[in-house]
Design a protein around this ligand. Structure first.
Ligand SMILES: C[S@@+](CC[C@H](N)C(=O)[O-])C[C@H]1O[C@@H](n2cnc3c(N)ncnc32)[C@H](O)[C@@H]1O
Length: 546
């Protein structure tokens, strides 16, 4: 059952139209009475398929209390607190939608002077805490002051202390019950305090709260704790469909452990930053329901470093413990000593969960080794190169990079993290997406190239993103649309019989249907509906019946 669905269903008690249970989405109630009756009659034991458990390594985590099938929605939850990101582009404080490019078009809150979308956003309860605090302190943001500060005319300190202070203020002013709940979340405050950037952030937010808003009841330590809670537990929310950019903290969402190949994923579903959790894979009874805190295409070195420096733990999940990184060797370089001997070998970590471990050629006859420091330096250089390349949508820049690196004097192999990242960039940012390379504009060669890249990346996704993962669905969409374009051209050019076209179109439909079954967030549902309609038009145009 679908937690986004507003459709009614028959009440489990009386069969009258009802709304879905907010805990499990699998039964409907016509109203509170029948909900209570059913709850007391046993639904309490079967509703949520998880509980909070404790583990010496993970700390608190969500444990499955029943088998959960892939594709199931496990929970839906409202944020405890949400608001703009720490260092934000200009957004409405109320709904976190990006503001118009022209500051003159911004609506100014009559209470505090902050730019918002509209009168409606001024009246919304989201904006009340900081607006009341500012009015009380006699603070009013003049239009020019807002323009200069928000558009980044001042240095970082101000950007942080202004936008970055909004969510902490809301958190500090939460009703006591919610505040208490929030304060039970993991802080890693001591570890955060060793980070100069964190302390700088604390000082600038405290400065705004104490000196500008004159809210001196909150000690710097309270503010630091709130910021540490956000850094450890909050999720960035970017909803391109709603033009929203922000951050949200969920209580249950904060209980989920990380895994580098997780069994669940979080989706943002409502306009008010509600989230839903979907099982990507089948989750056995008693297992930890986990999500990933970072992009799965990263190799072990990057994952371990990121998790250690931002979430303060050393990941030892099965993927990190496997020196081959699930057979993909994402971090490995080709051995420069074996090169030319006819045996192209890779360097492997001698202990994959230890960042200081030496790297050694996998060929037993070769003695080549590389220190961890050299390995990290090489990775840093390559990461910078690929990041810079991503400024370009010239296909040749990316193909040249791959050709050079995969050639006889290059360091990379076909499933290196940098090669895969480049392929993903080409699929999602160049071919079919940027000027000169739109689907209709692509040559046959480029269309076949895109199809080949999608197929290759779907093979990788089978390993890193199995089941109901967004990456798998997005790749399926890119592949099917490219295949359909090819079918379309071949039928028009009479290179394909209608029977064969019919066969291919059926496969395309199956691929799109699979993607739609994965992407069930409201925005994606609309997007998939549009894609399916376009596909049906194409079929109709070609005289195919699907
Ligand atoms: C969002 S919180 C998760 C809930 C937390 N365990 C608790 O007790 O509140 C993130 C923190 O959980 C711990 N954690 C999450 N996944 C982990 C893992 N795979 N291994 C070790 N610690 C993990 C780390 O301390 C991390 O900073």
């Amino acid at each position: 059952m679908d937690p986004y669905s507003s459709e009614d269903g028959p009440c489990v008690v009386c069969s009258q139209p009802g709304r879905a249970c907010a805990g499990c989405f699998s039964v409907y109630y016509c109203g509170k009475d029948h909900q209570l009756q059913h709850w007391q009659g046993g639904h309490k034991q079967t509703c949520a398929p998880y509980k909070i458990s404790k583990d010496p390594v993970l700390g608190r985590f969500l444990e499955a209390t029943q088998e959960i099938k892939a594709g199931t929605f496990i929970m839906k939850s409202k944020p405890l607190v949400h608001g703009p990101q720490m260092s934000s582009e200009p957004v409405c404080l109320s709904c976190c939608r990006r503001l118009a490019n022209e500051p003159d078009e911004w609506y100014q809150c009559s209470g505090c002077g902050w730019p918002l979308c509209s009168e409606k956003c001024e009246a919304a309860k989201e904006h009340k805490p900081e607006c009341c605090a500012m009015s009380k302190a006699g603070f009013y943001m003049g239009r020019d002051c807002g323009k200069i500060t928000i558009l980044g005319g001042l240095e970082e300190l101000n950007q942080w202390s202004w936008y970055g202070s909004i969510m902490p203020i809301r958190a500090l002013l939460l009703p006591p019950k919610d505040y208490k709940k929030m304060m039970t979340l993991q802080t890693h405050l001591q570890e955060h305090r060793r980070n100069p950037e964190f302390n700088f952030k604390v000082r600038s937010v405290t400065n705004f709260i104490h000196n500008t808003l004159k809210m001196r009841d909150f000690q710097e330590e309270d503010i630091a704790t709130v910021l540490a809670i956000f850094d450890t537990n909050a999720f960035a929310v970017v909803r391109e469909d709603l033009n929203q950019v922000g951050r949200a903290l969920y209580y249950m969402g904060s209980m989920m452990a990380h895994a580098c190949r997780p069994n669940a994923r979080l989706c943002h579903v409502g306009e008010k930053f509600e989230m839903a959790l979907m099982a990507e894979q089948n989750i056995p009874l008693g297992a930890s329901i986990n999500i990933t805190y970072m992009d799965r295409l990263n190799g072990t070195l990057k994952r371990l470093t990121h998790l250690r420096t931002t979430k303060y733990f050393d990941c030892s999940c099965p993927r990190c413990s496997d020196p081959s990184d699930m057979g993909l060797y994402l971090d490995s370089f080709r051995c420069t000593k074996c090169r030319g001997s006819g045996k192209d070998s890779l360097l492997l970590s001698t202990n994959s969960i230890k960042l200081t471990a030496e790297w050694k050629c996998q060929n037993p006859a070769c003695s080549n080794t590389l220190s961890a420091a050299d390995m990290i330096r090489l990775h840093k250089d390559l990461r910078n190169t690929v990041t810079n390349l991503e400024d370009s949508t010239q296909l040749s820049d990316h193909r040249d990079f791959m050709e050079k690196q995969l050639g006889s004097s290059g360091l990379l192999h076909s499933t290196s993290t940098y090669i895969l990242r480049t392929k993903i960039f080409i699929i999602f940012n160049i071919l079919g997406h940027s000027s000169g390379y739109m689907l209709k504009e692509m040559t046959q060669e480029l269309l076949s190239y895109k199809i080949q890249l999608c197929e290759e990346m779907l093979q990788i996704a089978r390993i890193l993103h199995p089941g109901y993962s967004k990456t798998r669905a997005f790749l399926l969409v890119q592949l099917q649309e490219s295949i359909m374009e090819q079918v379309y051209r071949n039928v028009k050019n009479k290179c394909l019989t209608l029977e064969d076209a019919q066969e291919s179109a059926k496969k395309v439909k199956a691929g799109l249907d699979e993607a739609a079954s994965i992407l069930r967030e409201p925005a994606r549902k609309i997007e998939m509906g549009t894609r399916l309609t376009k596909f049906q038009h194409q079929c109709k145009h070609l005289g195919l019946s699907i």
